[in-house]
Design a protein around this ligand. Structure first.
Ligand SMILES: [Fe+2]
Length: 263
C-alpha cells in the first residue's frame, strides 16, 4: 500500500493541494476570529471557514441566550424603605430571590413558544400550568410592591374614598373585611381590593398564583399572604403582618389611581 502523502490530514482525507494553494488556503484571513490557531483544527483546507462560522454561531447563540422576554421590574423604593414594618432582609429574599425566580422560570417556560410574544396579562387570561403560575406570580408581586408605600397616606381620597363610603360605609369596615380575607386564606395566596365588572368594590382572596383578572375584575390593591412574605419578620403571626400592612403600608394613592384609570 503506497504511503499516505505527509501533507494530507488523516481526519479530512483530502488529496494534497499544490504547495502554493495550500499555503493560501491555510491562511484564515480572519485573524480577529482565529487568534489561537491549532494544527488539528486548522489542518484542512476548509478549516478557516469552519472556524469563522463556528465563532459567528457561538456569538449569535450567546446574544440570543442573553435576551430575556420578561424582566424583573425595579422596586418603587429601596429595599430598606419599608422598615421597620418589612425588613430589608425580607425584601432581599422576597424580591431578589422569589420574584426573580418567577421571572426566570417564566422565561424558561415560554422560550421558543408563542407565549413569549404575549404580555403578562394575555398569558394570565389564557395560560395554564407552569406558564400561568409564573406569569401570574410575576404580575402579582409587581402589583404588591406598588400596593405598599413607605410614605403611605392613612386613608384614600377622591373618587375611591367616595366609592368606599358607598360600598363599605367606612374605611374601618373595608379593613376588617380585608383582614378577614387575608387571615382566612388557607395556605398560600393573596387578598385583594377589586373593582368588579359591575363597577362595585369588593374584597376577595385567591389561592397560590390566582389573579382577579381571570374573573374579569380590576385589582386595586393586594397583599401577599404567602409565608415567604412575612415569616422572616413576623414568624407565624400572619394577623400582625396583615394589620401592619393595613395600618402603615397600604398605598391608597396607588389604589385610587387604579380606580380612576379603570373607567
Ligand atoms: Fe410572594
Amino acid at each position: 500500500m503506497p504511503a499516505r502523502p505527509r501533507d494530507v490530514p488523516r481526519r479530512l482525507g483530502r488529496p494534497p493541494a499544490a504547495a502554493a494553494n495550500k499555503a493560501e488556503l491555510r491562511d484564515p484571513g480572519y485573524p480577529e476570529l482565529l487568534p489561537d490557531r491549532h494544527p488539528d483544527r486548522d489542518g484542512g483546507p476548509c478549516a478557516p471557514d469552519v472556524q469563522r462560522l463556528r465563532a459567528v454561531l457561538e456569538c449569535a447563540a450567546s446574544i440570543t441566550e442573553n435576551i430575556m422576554t420578561f424582566e424583573l421590574p425595579n422596586l418603587p423604593y429601596s429595599r430598606d424603605a419599608l422598615e421597620p414594618y418589612i425588613s430589608a432582609r425580607t425584601l432581599d429574599l422576597h424580591y431578589g430571590k422569589h420574584h426573580q425566580g418567577y421571572v426566570d422560570k417564566l422565561n424558561a417556560a415560554v422560550k421558543g413558544k408563542p407565549d413569549a410574544e404575549k404580555s403578562l396579562e394575555e398569558i394570565i387570561r389564557s395560560g395554564s400550568g407552569a406558564v400561568f403560575n409564573n406569569a401570574a406570580q410575576v404580575w402579582n408581586h409587581t402589583f404588591y410592591w406598588r400596593s405598599m408605600s413607605p410614605n403611605a397616606n392613612p386613608e384614600p381620597t377622591g373618587n375611591l374614598a367616595d366609592a368606599i363610603a358607598g360600598e363599605f360605609g367606612d374605611l374601618a369596615t373595608l379593613k376588617a373585611q380585608f383582614a378577614e380575607a387575608a387571615n382566612g386564606q388557607f395556605g398560600s395566596g393573596w387578598a385583594w381590593l377589586v373593582l368588579g365588572p359591575n363597577r362595585r368594590l369588593s374584597i376577595t382572596k385567591t389561592s397560590n398564583a390566582e389573579n382577579p383578572l381571570t374573573a374579569g375584575e380590576t385589582p386595586l390593591l393586594t397583599l401577599d399572604v404567602w409565608e415567604h412574605a412575612y415569616y422572616v419578620d413576623y414568624f407565624n403571626d400572619r394577623a400582625k403582618y396583615v394589620r401592619t400592612f393595613l395600618d402603615n403600608l397600604a398605598n391608597w394613592e396607588f389604589a385610587s389611581k387604579n380606580f380612576d384609570n379603570s373607567d
